[in-house]
Design a binder for this molecule. Structure first.
Ligand code: GBH
Length: 488
């Protein structure tokens, strides 16, 4: 009887598929955080000496561009209520809080010879409050709110931005670097490029592919210069880590057994995640991107490629400029041949996207739930870039703002589960996870229609009351216990 019992146990264990034996504990020292960004939460758009940025300018001069003509003038009023935000982060037991600095609070025009002491003081108070509560600040230097003056000079398509950004970073390192050990130079540079190319965000320009790739090129150079500045003047003393938050969907072949589709998916990933990763991890743009954009530019009869070229010196300076891989990821797509939105970067890359009908769609049409996409993306990053330490610096779900946000719980649970699979099945070196977002906030062109917060914010209440949702309690349990309770 006993032998039979043992035999049955052994048989059961051996027939359990691999995916069911994943450990539900995160590795020791795994970091949990939550993220926000200055324009999306702070409000106080013209207080205490803050200057005008491209979002202030756009929402005030062209209110019709944003859903419901919403704006970030008040947003969550975190400029005044930051202590409440920190208290929420503390109660969640977060290891770190990722927030961004509003450049025009530090210097109203973006030029560093005219600093605004009250703005610097605000971030010192926020950082001190975090540290007093044992929460590490992770600071994004730039989350899309460029000083309007610098935009008037051309913004990210003017190479002079490399120097302006470096001077700004120097002020941040000098003022906060003794207390901040985690830095993100730029948030989602690809999205900033879209803001120049196809009327997607402020500054709401339509410079097509030339503006698109140019803005990326200059952001890469700016990032690398800031990294070297830190090495030269600050690293020895401050001992922090620097990266750049790279965003992207993961692209999978529409037909898994089609060699063509597999090649197309790899190309799509090289155009998306690879655009900013390849120069930093391998040097220069990926050969596949170079080839396709050059060829398309030629076909169009252009005298030069829309994808700019790095000098040998610039390539050298770019390699190795990330101390960890910072990944913002929300969704995935299937790809096959064809092209969309001609002329566009998609048409350069020659792929078209599809979704699987079985994938759940959130209230935001682009945010389709594909947890296995994160698993595969983490493996792709491991294989492409030699298994760097990865912190997921954004991941989250959009809904209508309900308190009982069960879909958000499902989403976070499944994406965390994919993270565990990548760690234990594939030995991916994932060291942290950040939920977007701590609190509901201004969702850019979508105004306040889509909610990403684990905490509800009442935008009709002058006090902007914060109420934790169900997902808050869920995430608190995960963070506190360092494990995910999922059924295997
Ligand atoms: C992040 O961007 C941002 O960093 C953060 O500020 C933002 O609040 C958060 O995500 C949630 O959106 O399929 O053509 O409609 C995510 C940026 C937004 C990029 C939606 C892709 C869809 C383009 N993503 N966008 S489309």
């Amino acid at each position: 009887m006993r032998n039979l019992h043992n035999l049955i146990v052994i048989v059961i264990i051996t027939i359990i598929p691999k995916s069911l034996t994943i450990k539900s504990e995160f590795p020791d020292g795994f970091l949990f955080g939550a993220s926000t960004a200055s324009y999306q939460i702070e409000g106080a758009w013209n207080e205490d000496g803050k200057g005008e940025n491209i979002w202030d300018k756009m929402v005030h001069s062209r209110p019709e561009l944003v859903k419901d003509s919403a704006n970030g003038d008040v947003a969550c009023d975190s400029y005044h209520k930051y202590k409440e935000d920190v208290a929420l982060a503390k109660d969640l037991n977060l290891n770190f809080y990722r927030f961004s600095i509003s450049w025009t609070r530090i210097a109203p025009t973006g030029e560093m010879h005219k600093l605004n002491p009250k703005g610097i003081d605000y971030y010192n108070r926020l950082i001190d409050e975090l540290l007093a509560n044992n929460i590490e600040p992770m600071v994004t230097m730039y989350h899309w709110d460029l000083p309007q003056y610098l935009q008037d000079l051309g913004g990210w398509v003017n190479p002079i931005m490399v120097d302006y950004f470096t001077e700004y970073a120097k002020v941040l390192f000098s003022n906060f670097g003794d207390k901040v050990k985690w830095w993100i130079t730029l948030n989602e540079p690809k999205e900033t490029c879209r803001a120049y190319s196809n009327h997607s965000y402020a500054p709401y320009l339509n410079l097509n592919n030339t503006g698109y790739y140019m803005a990326g090129h200059i952001q890469l150079l700016a990032h690398s210069k800031v990294y070297h500045l830190y090495n030269e003047l600050f690293r020895d003393k401050q001992k922090g880590k620097i990266s750049i938050s790279i965003s992207g969907a993961f692209y999978m072949p529409k037909n898994e057994s089609s060699v063509d589709d597999m090649e197309i998916a790899d190309r799509a990933n090289n155009f998306e995640i690879g655009w900013f990763s390849h120069p930093i991890y391998k040097g220069d743009y990926s050969p596949i991107m170079r080839k396709f954009v050059d060829r398309k530019s030629k076909e169009e009869g252009r005298p030069w490629s829309t994808l700019p070229t790095f000098t040998d010196e610039e390539i050298k300076l770019l390699i190795g400029t990330a101390d960890f891989y910072a990944l913002n990821h929300y969704s995935s797509r299937l790809v096959t041949s064809g092209s969309e939105l001609d002329p566009s970067f998609n048409s350069d890359a020659e792929y078209s996207t599809f979704v699987d009908e079985s994938w759940p769609v959130s209230i935001a049409p682009w945010l389709i739930v594909v947890p296995e996409g994160l698993h595969k993306l983490l493996v792709w990053i491991k294989n492409q870039y030699n298994n760097p330490p990865v912190i997921i610096t954004e991941n989250g779900y959009a809904d209508d703002g309900r308190i009982n946000d069960l879909e958000r719980i499902d989403y976070i649970k499944s994406y965390l589960n994919s993270t565990l699979k990548a760690i234990y099945q594939n030995k991916c070196n994932v060291i942290g996870y950040t939920c977007w977002s701590l609190i509901d906030n201004f969702e850019w062109m979508d105004g306040y229609r889509y909610h990403f917060g684990m905490v509800h914010v009442d935008f009709n209440d002058p006090l902007r009351q914060r109420v934790p949702k169900a997902s808050y309690q869920f995430y608190k349990n995960v963070v506190t216990n360092g494990k995910l309770d999922v059924q295997y």
